[in-house]
Design a protein around this ligand. Structure first.
Ligand SMILES: [Zn+2]
Length: 567
């Protein structure tokens, strides 16, 4: 799951810089033949804790240098995964296991760049990091616009299923739109509106910029507010400043607004006052149906962005076990292989972010699941597709590229399971479903859970939008039914009290920390059972002709129906 996403990126490229190589890292075709040995790891057909431990301990060893994209540790990781695919007899999709992902790093020059608001002739230059953090997704060294009219568009949401349109009756072409974070459901806690407390995709900052771009705006500023954003201004300062890695999109980012940014809450209030407007009152109006966008009369925005651009390349690692009857229909298992790499500025002696839980466990799980399928007496009738994606910690990049440039038609993916960070916790009675109540995949999961004497439960903090912060969302927002489930907290021994304490300890002491390391003392009975349950979800699809869908009313259902109907 990604929060402090840019440290790795910086160290990855600085690692390259450190080695004095200016040429960007590329994925070579020869990697194929240099596939590393799976180091004589014996493995049995069954999904076992020992097999999982073998793979996790390897990927999380210092040798793999925290598996940052576009680094030697990343290359080693890709080769290791490909070697397992080869061992299991998985075929490449196309002529290679490696599917290149073009990356671009953009670093705003905060000395020479500026974002100012002119109010009735008075120019207010917003202070970087104090008032505003801004950047451009245009892959250009210089981007600017002048005197762009400003408009407050409430939550900036266009949701036909809720008859909601915050851009109703206003043309924002070339204008600067100012937007609230999260959604009216969170603001009103009305369960019938935008899923109530649970964040919808409309509430995510990514959606806000995407919708503003669709409307032709020149710039889009999201107003930061700690509770609805689910993190403080410090996270905004840290995550969106410095080198930003992203996918190199085919249009070079031209389809995005020229400037994206966050406004601090104080700065936003001051900007609204300078237009004679009351942000708090407008915020109240914005959460009610029928809200109309408000021109911030007398206010214009001007910005100049100078950005250093650097290109690189990484790869998703994909392998397929061809189905016997319907080889062109795919059951997908996905897990990100990347982690935060080595950070030389990290306090303490240990600079390597080994990422044992996040996400060596997920990679181990999909390999073990593939082994089970590959050694089953009866071959699945549908194909089982494994995709180990890169760049998750940098913003779900590998999975986003998979969604944009799919290696198999998305309409032919029956459903997918994303595995991200399974805690090596003791056996539990429950299974946590992130984004609970979304699709018929949960019905399949429920059957498998019952089979293991377990029950399903929603994640405890739906307002934080965890459903939108891991790789499954990249395919979900393309319509593909995706499941993200995790080990439970209702421990068979010690109950929820023990379970909450266990996950709290991980989050506080090991999450995105060099201490996220494999330990020989790990007892993997709990993880083994969870991975077997997830295998059974895939099994139910791979040996059937069912097409599970999003539930009626779900935000992705219409997309899927259109996808399935398309030729
Ligand atoms: Zn992760």
């Amino acid at each position: 799951m990604n929060t402090i996403k840019w440290i790795a990126a910086a160290s990855a490229f600085s690692l390259l810089a450190a080695c004095g190589e200016e040429t960007p890292q590329t994925v070579t075709a020869t990697e194929e033949s240099e596939a590393v040995e799976t180091s004589g790891q014996s493995s049995v057909p069954e999904i076992t804790g020992d097999d999982l431990a073998g793979i996790i301990s390897t990927l999380a060893s210092d040798e793999f240098e925290g598996r940052a994209p576009a680094t030697p540790g990343g290359e080693k990781t890709r080769n290791y995964i490909a070697a397992h695919y080869k061992r299991l007899g998985l075929e490449p999709v196309g002529d290679s296991y490696f599917h290149k992902v073009p990356l671009v790093e953009a670093t705003l020059d905060t000395e020479t760049s500026s974002f100012s608001v002119t109010a009735n002739g008075d120019i207010h230059t917003l202070e970087y990091k104090k008032d505003i953090v801004f950047w451009t997704k245009h892959v250009e060294e210089e981007v600017s616009f002048n005197d762009s009219e400003m408009v407050f568009v409430g939550y900036g949401i266009v949701a036909p299923e809720y008859a909601w349109n915050d851009y109703e009756g206003v043309d924002v072409e070339g204008k600067t739109v100012v937007i609230l974070v999260n959604d009216p459901g969170y603001a009103t806690q009305d369960p019938d509106l935008f899923n109530g407390n649970a964040m919808t995709y409309y509430g995510r900052w990514t959606y806000k910029y995407e919708e503003a771009a669709r409307r032709g705006a020149a710039a889009a500023l999201v107003i930061h507010d700690t509770a609805p954003a689910a993190y403080g201004w410090g996270v905004v300062e840290g995550s969106w400043s410095g080198p930003q890695i992203d996918l190199e999109s085919s249009d070079g980012g031209a389809g995005r607004v020229k400037a994206e940014g966050w406004l601090s809450n104080d700065a936003a209030h001051a900007v609204f006052v300078s237009a004679g407007l009351d942000l708090d009152a407008l915020q109240d109006q914005a959460k009610a149906p029928g809200f109309k966008p408000v021109a911030m009369t007398g206010l214009t925005a001007t910005a100049h962005l100078n950005t250093a651009i650097r290109r690189s390349e990484d790869a998703n690692v994909a392998g397929v076990l061809r189905g016997s009857e319907a080889p062109d229909e795919y059951v997908l298992f996905m897990a990100h292989w990347d982690h935060l790499g080595v950070n030389p500025t990290e306090a303490g002696d240990d600079k390597i972010f080994n990422g044992a839980v996040d996400n060596a466990t997920g990679v181990a799980a999909i390999i073990e699941i593939a082994e089970r399928f590959a050694t089953n007496e009866e071959r699945p009738r549908r194909s089982v597709l494994l995709v180990a994606v890169t760049g998750e910690e940098s913003g779900l990049l590998g999975s986003a590229y998979f969604g944009e440039e799919p290696i198999v038609p998305l309409k032919n993916i029956v459903g997918g399971v994303n595995i991200d960070a399974i805690l090596p916790s003791p056996p539990a009675k429950d299974i946590i479903v992130v984004g609970y109540g979304a699709s018929e995949l949960e019905d399949i999961l429920d059957e498998a859970a019952v089979h293991h004497d377990r029950y399903l439960r929603p994640d405890a903090e739906p307002e934080k939008g965890y459903f939108y912060r891991s790789d499954h969302i990249s395919l979900a927002k393309k319509g593909v039914p995706m499941l993200y489930a995790d080990s439970g907290i209702d421990f068979r021994v010690g109950g929820e009290e023990a379970g909450r304490a266990y996950s709290e300890d991980y989050v506080v002491n090991r999450y995105h920390n060099p201490a996220d390391e494999f330990d020989d003392s790990w007892e993997l009975e709990g993880m083994e059972d969870t991975v077997r349950v997830l295998y059974e979800v895939g099994e139910a699809m791979a040996y059937s002709d069912a097409w599970p869908n999003w539930y009626e009313g779900n935000e992705f259902r219409a997309l899927r129906d259109a996808q399935r109907d398309s030729n």
